[in-house]
Design a protein around this ligand. Structure first.
Ligand code: E4P
Length: 218
């Protein structure tokens, strides 16, 4: 499973990119608005850092508007993937854009059938929102698992991005459920890397080493 960062913050992306674990980035209008920067400028900068797919969301709700936005943003960089909302006008846009070679990530997917429709329309990526579904009392990861099974049975090329990830356990569960990608907020990636026993173990190793090299020099 690949890891994407779910952020529009360039500093966060730069930091995690140095770890060699980052395969892409997803943004959404909320994340971009939080940065208070020009949309095109921030997406182009992220593309230069990452070297993998970078999702930039269309905000039109009609097919023509989505097509226009998608064609424009796909010119910004070859790695731009256009995020299209899971609505009928969105499916229509996806089926046209993918034929033009513009990759789409169908977003705001909350059911297996929505994900199936996105795949039928030819989407390159589909993003089930796990955390937001969990919030409603449903098991969000079940949608990921069902889509993974269905795509395997029927040979869909659509890649599943487990989105709306809230904690490190979601990431493990997404991998076990067959997600191709988990898009993870910065604070969750930071939690994934740490463990108190790692810190304690390292502290002990360094203290023992210091004592040993001290005794050698005496
Ligand atoms: C996915 O691409 C979305 O940007 C994101 O995962 C939404 O997550 P949220 O529920 O934390 O806003």
């Amino acid at each position: 499973m690949e890891l994407y960062l779910d952020t529009a913050n360039v500093e966060e992306i730069k930091e995690i990119a140095t770890w060699g674990v980052l395969s892409g980035v997803t943004t959404n209008p909320t994340l971009v608005a939080r940065e208070g920067r020009d949309f095109e400028e921030v997406i182009a900068e992220i593309c230069d850092i990452v070297g993998g797919p970078v999702s930039a969301e269309a905000v039109s709700t009609d097919t023509e508007g989505m097509l226009e936005e998608a064609r424009r943003s796909s010119e910004w960089h070859r790695n731009v993937v256009v995020k299209i909302p899971m609505i009928p006008a969105g499916l229509a846009a996806v089926s046209i854009l993918e034929k033009e070679g513009i990759r789409c990530n169908v977003t705001l997917v909350f059911s297996t059938n929505q994900g199936l429709l996105a795949a039928e329309a030819g989407a390159s990526f589909v993003s089930p929102f796990v955390g937001r579904l969990d919030d409603t009392g449903k098991d969000g990861m079940q949608v990921v698992a069902e889509l993974s099974e269905i795509f395997d049975i029927y040979g869909f090329d659509t890649r599943i991005i487990a989105a709306s990830i809230r904690h490190p356990t979601h990431v493990t569960e997404a991998a076990l459920a067959g997600a191709d990608i988990a898009t993870v907020p910065y604070k969750v990636v930071k939690k994934m890397v740490g463990h108190p026993l790692t810190d304690r173990g390292l502290e002990r190793f360094l203290a023992d080493w210091e004592g040993f090299s001290g005794s050698k020099s005496r």
